[in-house]
Design a binder for this molecule. Sequence first.
Ligand code: NAP
Length: 275
Amino acid sequence: MTAKTRLAGVFAHPVHHSLSPAMHNAAFSALGLDWAYLPFDVHPDNLEDAVSGIRALGLAGVNVTIPHKERVIPFLDSISDEARAIGSVNTIVNEGGRLVGYSTDGEGFMRSLIAAGGTPGRTVILGAGGSARAIVYALGHAGASVSVANRTPERAVELCRTVNSALGSAVAEPARLSLDLVREAELIVNCTSVGMYPSVDEQPVPAEWLHPGLFVYDLIYNPAETALIRSAREAGARAVNGVGMLVAQGAVSFALWTGIEPPVDVMEQAVLAAL
Ligand code: NAP
């Protein structure tokens, strides 16, 4: 690194599990860019100071992740329409001292869904947390009709109200998870943490409800093959894990900072090696 090296990074708490430094640094190296990506463990009490530090230190931009994605918004100069609609920012771009917030999760999900051969048709979203909000917005924007089933039904109702009002049409509706709902679906997206390591035997939909006409997208990537993915494949359905979305949302952030589309295969290899 020299005085000319451009710096990006990630604000998280904790940060030690983040795969983003490996992913972005691999892409900088592959493109021969004099950039570096650093992990910053930012305690929630220090978030405002850390954001000021982006300006003070001249960072090109950062990712923000758990637990900062919502709380960071008041500290920014502006945010994209999508970030405002879903109330979440995962990427900050430093435009000459003006800090602009974006959410790249929805676009990352859509890019990886299409790359894996999925289509945004009749969709059941499992979960109503931060990732579900970004994905329902992106799917609704792409013209899909989306049913949202969540353990806490009120959160699904609230999510649908927020997204429908942001998009100005009734794309999303809250639903109770049932055999009929799954039978009619073309796409199921698991936006819950059910099945994540160490609870690897749990799955958010009964295996016997899955059918060959489904595309199952599990946002979880640890383990690489969740119980849901395994039962989907056994039922003859296509199924993918969350590595593709992780890489694609990173690629969208990378392009926002550098103006260059990164090599996603290099980023994916770096993620798989780090996992
Ligand atoms: P979040 O905002 O905390 O939401 C968690 C969701 O999971 C909520 O809907 C919650 O339901 C539900 N849930 C948790 N435990 C449950 C259980 N035992 N039974 C049923 N539902 C349960 O989390 P998030 O940020 O949306 O992340 C969700 C998952 O996606 C995590 O596994 C995360 O690692 C993964 N993710 C992956 C990527 C990627 O790039 N691949 C990106 C973001 C997130 P309640 O509302 O009832 O609590």
